[in-house]
Design a protein around this ligand. Structure first.
Ligand SMILES: Nc1ncnc2c1ncn2[C@@H]1O[C@H](COP(=O)(O)OP(=O)(O)OP(=O)(O)O)[C@@H](O)[C@H]1O
Length: 307
C-alpha cells in the first residue's frame, strides 16, 4: 500500500494548456531570467513528466538554483512560463506551493528543536489539521527510518539523519513533486547510498523527483533522465545512456606527464583500439567505458566542482 502519496492527480486545472503542459509535472517554456541585464537563465525549455526522477546538472553558476527558485516561487522570471502540475507559478504561487516539497542544500532545520518538533512546526505552518498531524509525522518518521530518533535534538544527529529529516519534512503535506538541491552534499559514501534509497522509494511511491547534484555518479545512479545546464542554457537532455552514446561509449585517456591527460571518445572498443594502435609505443593509455562525467566535461569544458 502506498502511504505517502495517496492523493489523486488533478485533471486539467486550466484551459489553454498545450499537451506538454498537460502531461508534465514541470513544464518550463522559453524561461529567461536576467539580473541587471545579465541573462543567467536563457530561453530554457524543459518538460519533466509525472513520475520521472530527473537530474539537473551543470557547473557552478550555470543557472540551476535560479531555475529552482523560479519553480518554487521564490524568484520571478523575467519572461517565459513555468507550470507545476498545470499551475502557473507566477499567477498562482500559493496553489503551486501545495504541489511541491523542497529540500534545500543548506541545513534548514531548527537546531533548538528535536526532529519531531521540527516536523510538528512545519505541519502547523502547512495547516495540516491537528487530528492528522500526529499520525502523519509518525508515518513519515518511520518512512525515513528515524522513528527511534524522533526526540533527538537536531544538533545531536548525524548529517545523514538531518538530510532524512529534511526529506520527511518536505513530504509532510503530501506533495506530488519533491525538489532536492544537492541532496547528499557532504555526506559519506554509505550515508549517501541510504539517502539514494530513500529518494528512489519516494519516486517509486509516486512522486516526481527533480534534483540537482554535483556528484555525477549520483545522477547516473538515480536519474531516468538528466539535463545539463551551462551558462544559463540547456545544452544536453536525455537518459544517461543516451548522453553517453552521444559523446562516445568508450573513452581513451592518453596520459602525458607534461601536458596532463587527454581524453578521446569513440563509439565502440574497435574504434578506440584502432586509435590506440596508432599511438607511439611508449604512450600510457587507459581504455574504459565512458561515464556521465565524461559527457559533462566534454560538453561544458569544466570539471565537476570539488565539494
Ligand atoms: N540575486 C542575484 N543577483 C544577481 N546575480 C545572481 C543572483 N542570483 C544568482 N545570480 C547569478 O546568476 C548566475 C547563476 O547562478 P545560480 O546560483 O543559478 O547557478 P547554479 O547553477 O545554481 O550554481 P551552483 O552550482 O554554484 O549553485 C550566477 O552567475 C550568479 O552569480
Amino acid at each position: 500500500m502506498c502511504i505517502i502519496f495517496p492523493r489523486k492527480i488533478d485533471g486539467d486545472q486550466h484551459c489553454c494548456l498545450n499537451s506538454f503542459e498537460t502531461n508534465s509535472m514541470i513544464s518550463i517554456t522559453a524561461l529567461t531570467k536576467e539580473y541587471s541585464g545579465r541573462c543567467v537563465v536563457d530561453d530554457l525549455n524543459l518538460h519533466v513528466a509525472r513520475g520521472e526522477l530527473f537530474g539537473f546538472l551543470g557547473p557552478n553558476g550555470a543557472g540551476k538554483t535560479t531555475t529552482i527558485r523560479i519553480i518554487t516561487t521564490l524568484t520571478k522570471p523575467s519572461s517565459g512560463r513555468v507550470l507545476i502540475n498545470g499551475i502557473d507559478v507566477v499567477r498562482h504561487p500559493s496553489r503551486v506551493k501545495a504541489e511541491f516539497g523542497v529540500v534545500q542544500q543548506h541545513m534548514s532545520l531548527n537546531r533548538d528543536l528535536t526532529i519531531e518538533e521540527n516536523l510538528e512546526l512545519h505541519a502547523r505552518l502547512h495547516h495540516i489539521p491537528r487530528s492528522e498531524r500526529r499520525e502523519r509525522i509518525s508515518e513519515l518518521l518511520e518512512y525515513v527510518g528515524l522513528e527511534e530518533h524522533a526526540d533527538y535534538l537536531i544538533d545531536d544527529v548525524s548529517g545523514g539523519m538531518k538530510r532524512r529529516a529534511m526529506i520527511a519534512r518536505a513530504l509532510l503535506h503530501r506533495p506530488r513533486l519533491l525538489i532536492l538541491d544537492e541532496p547528499t552534499v557532504g555526506l559519506d559514501v554509505q550515508t549517501r547510498r541510504r539517502v539514494w534509497d530513500l529518494i528512489r522509494r519516494v519516486n517509486s511511491d509516486g512522486a516526481t523527483v527533480f534534483l540537482t547534484t554535483h556528484y555525477i555518479e549520483e545522477a547516473e545512479a538515480l536519474c531516468n533522465r538528466v539535463g545539463i545546464m551551462h551558462h544559463g542554457r540547456l545544452i544536453a537532455l536525455g537518459t544517461p545512456l543516451e548522453l553517453r552514446r552521444m559523446t562516445g561509449m568508450v573513452t581513451v585517456e592518453v596520459q602525458n606527464n607534461s601536458n596532463g591527460t587527454r581524453y578521446r571518445y569513440f563509439p565502440d572498443r574497435d574504434a578506440a583500439a584502432e586509435y590506440v594502435k596508432a599511438l607511439p609505443d611508449s604512450t600510457k593509455v587507459v581504455m574504459r567505458e565512458s561515464n556521465l562525467e565524461d559527457v559533462f566535461v566534454e560538453l561544458t569544458g569544466e570539471k565537476v566542482r570539488e565539494t
